[in-house]
Design a protein. Structure first.
Length: 199
């Protein structure tokens, strides 16, 4: 049995789930979790694969390595310009005809879904995990699934914070910091991002 924090409430759970399951299921994980070492071990294993991916200019090889990182088949219509940074790829889902530009970061422990026809500009950060505000708890991980729906366009340097859904056909302007869900067919900009127009 282990103790986890879920929505600010302590709960007891059995050990049949891994630490990665706990995070994907929205549970806050403390440094006392018995599998906490697995987080860093898996991240370093992912870094090893990323070094190969980021050294490649062959689209097929890039997709093959990304398939290994995510443990899913990456469609031949997906294009990624390295470098890309991922801490744990198995909670990352990428649809068809997705384009990811240079120098993007994906913190995926909370889960990231990128649907078909999404475009992601350079230096975008998609962060599905964070930390509690109180300093005594700050080494815990708080996950929040991110869902980027089809035909969305994420502009250069944008930051998407945990728990966010980006609606279909929407545009996140360059440099925006997205702290709330983005409705479909809208353009958001600024820090924090606000709706500025409809598409």
């Amino acid at each position: 049995m282990i103790i986890v924090l879920l929505h600010d409430q302590l709960s007891i759970k059995d050990m049949s789930n891994t630490i990665f399951d706990d995070l994907k299921n929205g549970m806050t994980v403390t440094p006392q979790h018995p599998q906490i070492k697995d987080l860093r071990d898996n991240s370093y294993a992912t870094i090893s694969l990323l070094q190969q991916l980021n050294a490649s200019s062959n689209p097929e090889e890039i997709r093959k390595i990304l398939s290994e990182i995510t443990n899913t088949a990456i469609d031949k219509t997906v294009a990624i310009f390295p470098p890309v940074y991922i801490n744990y790829g198995k909670h990352l889902q990428i649809g068809k005809n997705v384009f990811i530009n240079f120098d993007c970061t994906f913190l995926t422990l909370g889960g990231i879904i990128i649907e078909d026809n999404v475009m992601i500009g350079p230096k975008v950060s998609v962060l599905s995990e964070g930390h509690p505000l109180p300093s005594a708890e700050r080494h815990s991980l708080v996950p929040g699934k991110i869902h980027i729906k089809q035909n969305a366009w994420i502009g250069a340097g944008a930051i998407i914070l945990p728990g966010i859904t980006i609606g279909e056909n929407s545009v996140v302007a360059a440099g925006a910091v997205v702290t709330k869900d983005v409705p479909p067919d809208t353009v958001v900009a600024g820090t924090p991002a606000k709706i500025i127009k409809s598409v």
